[in-house]
Design a protein around this ligand. Sequence first.
Ligand code: UD1
Length: 362
Amino acid sequence: MKILSIVGARPQFIKEAMLQFEINKHKDINEIVVHTGQHYDTNMSDIFFEVLQMKKPQYNLGIQASSHANMTGKMIIALEEIMIKENPDYVLLHGDTNSTLAGAIVASKLKIKIAHVESGLRQTPKDIPEEINRVLIDRVSDFLFAPTKIGVENLKKEGRVDQVFFTGDVMYDIYLKMKPKFDYEIYKSLGLRKENYIVMTLHRDFNVDSEEVLKDILIETNKISKEIPVVLPLHPRTKKKISEFGFEDKIKDVIIIEPLDYLELMGLTENSWKIITDSGGYQKEAYFAKKKACVLMEDTGWKELILNGNNVLVNSSNLFVNVMKNKDIDYIDGIYGNGNAASKIVDILKRDFYCKETDDEC
Ligand code: UD1
């Protein structure tokens, strides 16, 4: 049984790591990993393979992030060649990036079964890149692996019921698996005190590409920094925009550092007071670590955390007020599964493969 997995951006390395741990337990599965190259800085890519003990991808397309059409188009061309050559039984896709979309387009036209991990998330507005990608990817996928019950409901509303599985979230699996290895001491090297700092991440196009919006967020963040230290591991996209708009002086009090690897970021999170983020994955990782996240988004695919009051949606004008509010969270076990999402996914694919081979009623 052959699986071809496609990764390209930072959150996908984390999700793929968990699938690899699971796939490696099965001697009858041959997994080929393709890295599109969308993320390429060492601290955005290579370091994740290292700290998460992943195998080196068999293919690296070296297609660095550029405009959406440019990168997606190049990926489609390169992935078609590889999929024809490798002829996998399944293509495994993660999340909602341009790398995922490119993989979905190619596999569906080559009639290779697509397994979409993190299926069914939906959010408004409909025209953000990740939402466009999700809807298109789910539409052509054969196996829809939903991390949440809300994801399953979203798919149902779109008429998808067959081959929809509530598996739980592979990011929760890897959180549990790697927790003993987190770098719990990192806050000390940044001169911080336990439970007395905020970790912030910021990179989404709707927050950083507009000069006005970015300025307001940075001013508000600096105001927060005067009350409690804010550490901001800076995503390359945000770094470029801050320098392009000349906003360095707006965040003089914020502790700006290079992007962290998974073990460092999670270790820093575990000892923090609160989180500010616009990352899909990190708002949930905050919850795993029992920290409240102020989510700089109009809406989120992880609605359960908003509905149960653990995370709060904020914008540049109410960021300060919300961050300063209480930090209590009401942790509910099980909403992201039980740490066995990856194992369920692999089992479902194996069952499908062997049923097909033997033509049995499985
Ligand atoms: C992408 C995903 C987003 C995900 C994020 C995680 C899409 C549409 N978006 O957004 O869903 O949350 O990854 O980080 O696929 N850059 C570097 N070095 C790198 C990576 C990026 O300099 O290692 C630069 C790129 O050249 C580009 C900018 O950062 O100028 C944005 O990169 P891109 O991959 O387009 O989007 P992200 O914002 O990272």
